[in-house]
Design a protein around this ligand. Structure first.
Ligand SMILES: [Zn+2]
Length: 330
């Protein structure tokens, strides 16, 4: 016993200096009885020896004036038979009064599902919006508030790439979107750590032209983002201008998406979708399509003058669309 006590005290002093607290597993590592404190579920050390070490540690710790703590190991059990004495021995930590154990990362559900936004929404926690949200108890929650803001969207389409990215990413989520017509959720892709996506891409591309394939991948990603932005933009037009013919709304939205979509980031996307931006885009379309503004420009009339000339015409189409009536003969 004396030998064990001496060994335990020696290791415990070192551990206390390094960690600020002492766990029985640290002692076992220090004594060379196990290889690492990040144990697998079971540690192959004789239960009686663990209790002996724990007793020696208790003796040392009380002499040092340390406090007893119950270590939080979740559902992990240390012994195959769950012997309560041995389990307690493992779980008892020692620390000086006031010592705060470093916080462990919160456990997460195994399969996270994130929804791709297909309508205007607002985060229940911060009021921001975004391309994706999580269904919370009191409404949608943005990726930042859900601690997923660091993840990147990888659209479906390349099963190997998706599989590898998921495997390489410590945290990933499945992205789904509600399909109104089919009345079901449909998978859009995944969210994964950017580095994991890169790594997966490298693995997939190892024997191909890396640059060309990556370009293709980026194009796909952009296409999906553009498509989503286009949908959002068209919806925003219909909301503000119910009388705008759907095909016109689609065309305006397509143009807006082609000019740059959500790629620029969340707040930029929100800005592009606000009422003013939508109104300006629709007004521009009306000016070009429903008035002779373009002809005036071609005739050499300067832009401001041409705008002034067609102003009333544009406004009357806009107010008709705002009121819900399609302007049939603008
Ligand atoms: Zn939020």
């Amino acid at each position: 016993m004396a030998n064990v006590r001496t060994g335990v005290a020696r290791v415990a002093e070192t551990v206390l200096t390094e960690r600020g607290a002492v766990r029985p597993v640290d002692i076992l590592v220090g004594l060379g009885w196990i290889a690492s404190p990040t144990t697998e579920r079971r540690i192959q050390v004789d239960g009686a020896k663990i209790v002996e070490v724990a007793e020696a540690l208790r003796h040392w710790a009380i002499e040092r004036g340390l406090e007893e703590r119950d270590g939080d190991y979740g559902d992990v059990t240390f012994t195959s038979d769950g012997d309560p004495n041995v389990e307690r021995a493992y779980r008892t930590h020692w620390a000086p009064a006031g010592h705060v154990e470093p916080e462990k990362p919160r456990p997460r559900p195994k399969k996270l599902t994130v929804l791709a936004a297909d309508h205007a929404w607002e985060c229940a926690l911060c009021g921001e919006d975004g391309d994706f949200f999580l269904e919370g108890k009191s409404g949608g929650v943005c990726l930042d508030c859900a601690d997923l803001g660091h993840l990147e969207f990888l659209p479906s389409g390349d099963a190997a790439l998706t599989g590898r990215a998921r495997k390489a990413s410590r945290l990933s989520a499945v992205v789904v979107m509600w399909n109104l017509r089919r009345n079901r959720y449909e998978r859009q892709g995944i969210l994964a750590e950017p580095a994991a996506i890169e790594q997966a891409a490298r693995e997939c591309l190892s024997d191909a032209d890396v640059r060309a394939r990556r370009r293709a991948r980026d194009t796909t990603r952009r296409a999906v983002e553009d498509q989503r932005f286009q949908g959002e933009f068209a919806a925003a037009i219909r909301e503000q201008f119910p009388g705008c013919p759907p095909e016109r709304a689609e065309a305006i939205a397509l143009h807006a998406a082609a000019r740059g979509s959500g790629r620029a980031g969340r707040s930029a996307t929100a800005r592009k979708l606000d009422r003013d931006a939508v109104r300006l885009a629709v007004a521009a379309s009306v000016r070009h399509v429903d008035t002779d503004f373009d002809d005036l420009l071609m005739a050499g009339i300067d832009r401001e003058a041409a705008r002034a000339k067609v102003f009333d015409q544009v406004e009357s189409v806009l107010s008709a669309w705002r009121a819900g009536a399609a302007a049939l003969d603008a």
